[in-house]
Design a binder for this molecule. Sequence first.
Ligand code: NAD
Length: 320
Amino acid sequence: MGTKDSGLSNKESNNTAKPNIAFIGLGNMGAPMAENLLKAGYTLSVYDLSAEATARLQQAGASVADSPKDAASNAQVVISMLPAGKHVHSVYLGDDGADGADGLLAELPKGTLVIDSSTIAAADARLVAEAASKLGIDFLDAPVSGGTGGAIAGSLTFIVGGSDDAFAKAEPILAVMGKNIFHAGEHGAGQVAKICNNMLLGILMAGTAEAINLGVKNGLDPKVLSDIMLQSSGRNWTLEVYNPYPQVMENVPSSNGYKGGFMSKLMQKDLNLAMQTAKDTDVETPMGAKATELYEAHTVENGEKDFSSIMARHDSSVLS
Ligand code: NAD
C-alpha cells in the first residue's frame, strides 16, 4: 500500500522510455484523448463503467481493465477524465469516507503520477492532492479546454495545478493530447483558471445564440450573420469553431442534433462551480449569474444535449 516505487523519474519522462498509463473515464473527451496516447506509442490500460466506451478503446489497442485498481496495476501514470467531483472522489478516495482507504490512491506505488483532467471544484482537487501527497504520490489537477474537436485533434489546452516537479513529469504526456500546456500554480489553480474560462464560455455561448436569434427573427440568414460577426467585433470562439445554429458549420453538435460535444448539464456544473467560488470569495459575477440561470432552466429538458443547444431557448425548432 503506497510503498513500492513507481519507477517514474524526470529523466525517464524526458527521454524515449514511455511510462505505462492507466486511463479512467472514456467519454466524449476521455476516449479521443486516450486514442491519441495510443497513437503516440503509449501502452494503455483503460477503465470505464460503460462497456461501450471501453470496447472503442480496446479496438484502438488498449487493454481493458475491470476496475481502476486493475487498470493501474502496471502503470506509472494514471489519467482520469470523469464527469464531476463526486466521481473523482469515489475513484481516488473511495466511497467509505474521506480517509481514502478504499480508493485507488491507497493502491498506487509511491512516485506514481496522477493527472486528473476532469473539471471539478478546486477544493475537491486540493483534497485529493493532499491525500495523494501523504502517500508519496504526485497529483496534478489538469482540466482542459478545447472541446471534443480539440480532444480529437490533440490540440487541447491543459491548465495545470501542482508542483513544478510533477508538472515537468507530466508535460511530455500532456503534449501528446494538447498544444498549449499552462502551469497555473499550486494544487487547485488549474481548476480555478478553468472555471473562470468556462464561466466566460457560458456567457459567450448564451450571448452568441441570443445575437443569432435576433438576426434570424429580423430576416437575416444565420450563416450570413455569423460570417459578418466572425469578421467584426463580436467575434469569439463559439463563432469560430462551435456555431450554435444548425447547419451554419459542419462537424459541430448543432449540425448533428446537438449530440456529443459538451453536455449542457456539464456546463451547468461548471457555472455552478464558478458561482460557488465567487460566493466563497465575495466576488461579484452578474453576467455569470445570468448564464447560470439560463443553463439551469435549459438543462431541465436538455441536460444531455450539447451546451450550444441553448439556442433552443429562443427557437425550439432547432431541436427538430
Ligand atoms: P462524459 O460524460 O462524456 O464522459 C465521462 C465518462 O466517465 C463516461 O464514459 C462515464 O461512463 C465515465 N465514468 C463515470 N464515473 C466513472 C467511474 N466511477 N469510473 C470510471 N468511469 C466513470 O463527459 P466528458 O464530456 O468526457 O467530460 C469529462 C470531463 O471533462 C467533465 O468534467 C467535463 O466538465 C470536462 N470537459 C468536457 C469538455 C467537452 O467538450 N465535453 C470540454 C472540457 C472539459
